[in-house]
Ligand binder design. Structure first.
Ligand code: FES
Length: 190
């Protein structure tokens, strides 16, 4: 009986040799900076920093200016107005010019509820807001609706030329103040 020959041990699988990474290109060798170059670079950086600081300071000295349309306008000759409410500046300036027997006031046509433009109803002698129904008297006081306060009056002056100058940047609606200058311009035609 012949002896069984033992199986030879399996050869270890051959592992492919790792691919060596390509050698990184060597950076070009810069020549060393001379002491003089180094000083110049420092001065240049310092000068750039100074220039940037100066530019920022100059910018601060001259801030942005927002040009808005002027709130002041010439409403024309006082003598051209009849007694009562004149609506000719409503579309352009959102203002009513009101002439009384003793002078003028200029009412800002902006509802004090949410800012809609009321309409003048001459037959009812009141301003009525179309949005939520606020009603105002000829003087601007609230008589109906949700408006929380009277209409605003703008500054109005009678120029030496006889023109009415209205300034919407200056407003008043408190009784006792709104009836006096500069929110009322006395006018008595010769
Ligand atoms: S905005 Fe005029 S009543 Fe509301």
């Amino acid at each position: 009986m012949s002896e069984a020959t033992p199986n030879p041990a399996p050869e270890p699988a051959k592992v492919p040799a790792a691919v060596a990474p390509a050698a990184a290109p060597k950076p070009a060798v810069k020549p060393d900076m001379s002491r003089g170059d180094f000083l110049w670079a420092g001065w240049a950086m310092l000068a750039a920093f100074g220039a940037a600081t100066a530019a920022a300071s100059a910018r601060f000295m001259f801030p942005n200016v927002i040009y808005e349309p002027s709130q002041k306008f010439n409403a024309g000759k006082a003598s051209s107005y009849d007694l009562g409410v004149d609506t000719k500046w409503l579309n352009e300036q959102r203002v009513w010019i009101v002439r009384t027997p003793t002078g003028f006031y200029a009412m800002w046509a902006r509802c004090t509820h949410l800012g809609c433009t009321p309409n003048w109803w001459g037959d009812q002698n009141r301003f009525k807001c179309p949005c939520h129904g606020s009603n105002y008297t000829l003087g601007g006081d609230v008589i109906a609706g949700p408006a929380p306060m009277p209409l605003w009056r703008a500054k109005v002056e009678l120029a030496p030329t006889g023109d009415l100058i209205v300034d919407k940047a200056i407003l008043e609606n408190k009784p006792g103040k709104r009836e006096n200058a500069p929110f009322f311009a006395n006018y008595s035609p010769a």
